[in-house]
Design a protein around this ligand. Structure first.
Ligand code: PLP
Length: 409
């Protein structure tokens, strides 16, 4: 039977202390014990159902972790205070001095900066490769490689990783395949396709209301226990803990994720088709022109579409900035980084979320100045949105046919 991630979330049942339909929020940083022995056992991780201190674990965080593990089809999960608070401990848990990472070269700028600039302080070095070229990936593996790292759908270029193919390579070389699934929750289920560890920035689609940052690591019980180990667990010791109040609010938002993702995808598909017809260089995994359209189709949980992210290249940074300001002026969305909000968000990644990547490397990977990354919102009337966006583009001569032809490939 096909994997149904939203059913797995829905089938979980929690009650509050007084029979509430939502679990009670654990509003405490520390917990009392009737016996000193149970306190010791809890500290050692040997007393199921007992809590010691909320950096270690808390009921609210465990509920959210359980729901996210159900969504990703992993044994369990550990939530954290941010996406980076999930990513960095995973990499530091899996790699020590002398170890090596093979990573996709198109990843979120913060992850890139961590691997490129920060991890070498601990003698962990990274080779950045074109993740769509499995031969290049395999060639970059050395005897010291421990981790293969990618995003299912990459930020910002929307390159699609062949997770099954990468999982085979990882297995052959005894590596851990770590996949950031922030751009494609519900749509792609990396663990089902063979990933060892699945990460999310909960800040984006999963929470969906742009009111908090958060992260999660989904994996085996053993790996999550390792991350939480009080003596040498990177999540425990680096201390990026989510607050219980936040965990509870993210859990409530998670329950509508399946509806939101379908609407984000429908709206993004509509706009991507229209922009492409207008001659704009548009990248969206749902378009047959996307180089990995078929691959995406082979991996996706169909109900959820191709996701809410698309990019359009309008030729130059000046044009991109003018268009984004004009669209914001017409209340078509916000000139803002991040994604997964009910409003459309747009930004020029070269000068914002990917600015950590040096200019020459941006050019090499195809990140051009005029690229606008759109996180398409939940607009009720996407046709009206399109007409208004089109009129902004016409005003700025962006739909000039000559430019359309030049940028089309
Ligand atoms: N992964 C991806 C794909 C992202 O886009 C981001 C943030 O933009 C992160 C991870 C980092 O998440 P956070 O900002 O929640 O730390």
């Amino acid at each position: 039977m096909a994997f149904k991630p939203a059913n797995n979330i829905q089938d979980l049942q929690y009650f509050g202390e007084f029979g509430g339909v939502n679990p009670s929020i654990s509003d405490a940083s520390t917990y009392t014990f009737l016996s000193a022995k149970t306190m010791f056992d809890t500290f050692e991780g040997n007393a199921d159902g007992c809590y010691l201190y909320s950096r270690h674990s808390s009921p609210s965080n465990l509920y959210l972790g359980e729901a996210l593990a159900a969504m990703e089809g992993t044994e369990t999960a550990n939530v954290s205070a941010s996406g980076m608070g999930a990513i960095t401990p995973v990499l530091l848990q899996l790699c020590g001095a002398g170890d090596h990472v093979v990573s996709s070269r198109t990843i979120y700028g913060g992850t890139y900066a961590f691997l490129k600039n920060f991890a070498p302080r601990f003698q962990v070095n990274t080779s950045f490769v074109d993740i769509t070229n499995l031969e290049a990936v395999e060639n970059a593996i050395t005897k010291d490689t421990k981790v293969l790292y990618c995003e299912s759908v990459s930020n910002p270029l929307l390159e699609v990783a062949d997770i099954k193919g990468l999982a085979k390579i990882a297995k052959r070389h005894h590596l851990k395949l770590v996949v950031d699934n922030t751009f494609s929750p519900l749509t792609i289920s990396p663990a089902i396709l063979g990933a060892d560890v699945v990460l999310h920035s909960l800040t984006k689609f999963i929470n969906g209301s742009s009111d908090t940052v958060g992260g999660v690591v989904c994996g085996t019980q053993q790996f999550i226990d390792d991350l939480r180990n009080v003596n040498n667990g990177a999540s425990m010791l680096l201390g990026s803990t989510m607050d219980s109040l936040r965990a509870s609010s993210v859990l409530k938002n998670l329950r509508t994720l399946h509806i939101r993702i379908q609407q984000h995808s429908r709206n993004a598909m509509y706009l991507a088709k229209k922009f492409e017809e207008d001659g704009l260089k548009t990248v969206y995994p749902g378009l047959t022109s996307h180089p990995s359209h078929e691959l995406f189709k082979s991996m996706m949980n169909e109900t959820y579409g191709f996701g809410g992210m698309l990019t359009v290249d309008v030729g130059s940074l000046d044009k991109a900035n003018d268009l984004m300001e004009m669209m914001q002026g017409k209340n078509l969305g916000y000139l803002a980084v991040s994604l997964g909000f009910y409003k459309t968000l747009f930004s020029a990644p070269g000068t914002s979320t990917s600015s950590e990547i040096p200019e020459e490397e941006q050019q090499d990977m195809g990140l051009s100045d005029g690229l606008i990354r759109f996180s398409i919102g939940l607009d009720a009337d996407i046709e009206r949105t399109y007409q208004m966006m089109r009129s902004c583009m016409e005003n700025l001569d962006i739909l000039d046919l000559e430019l359309g032809c030049k940028t089309q490939h």
